[in-house]
Design a protein around this ligand. Sequence first.
Ligand code: GRF
Length: 210
Amino acid sequence: MSRAAAKSLRIAVFASGSGSNFQALVEAAQAGKLGGSIELLVCDRPKAKVVERAAAAGVDAFVFRPKEYASREAYEAEIVRHLREREIDLIVMAGYMRIITPTLVEPFYGRIVNIHPSLLPAFPGLNAIGQALEHGVKLTGITVHFVDGGMDTGPIIAQRPVEIADGDSVDTLADKVHPIEHELYPEVVAAICEGRVTLDGRHVRVAGKE
Ligand code: GRF
């Protein structure tokens, strides 16, 4: 995306769980701080709290049950139809717990971002907070990255450190990580919406505000 991006971007958020990051993004959009509008929630778990959050915020949702489709590609093709119908510019993954395939990645490469609760490339995949504790690192953190075909392997846009204290548990560490995610993710999405983020191979440049 170039710095000339002038129009307000149309955003779809993908989530599977509580949706606290979805909520932070919605609130940033409502406060006029996102430079884009959240047009759609995509969720694979009908009972997830994020579905209630979307209803409360007046955001349309495409909620599906993966088991009702013949394959990943089949439900992703349907997702892509919904994205195209709403002319979505940017996909923001916020705790979407499914592996994604080229059906989704290829048409949107460079326009899909994810947030992951570790300093990638350390601790990709599930339970990153638990992995960091298990490994005994003193410092972990948060990464926002573009999504490619791999598991948390795409070009890194921004990272924030979080110190691990003696005696931290998954819950206490998650309580340190989440509030930082809620600040960082809207900031990064706003930078993309404002055309300040440039992707060049594996390298991402984020220009400051003018
Ligand atoms: C966050 O910790 C995010 O880093 C990870 O999934 C979690 C989602 O939490 N990808 P929430 O549903 O936004 O509360």
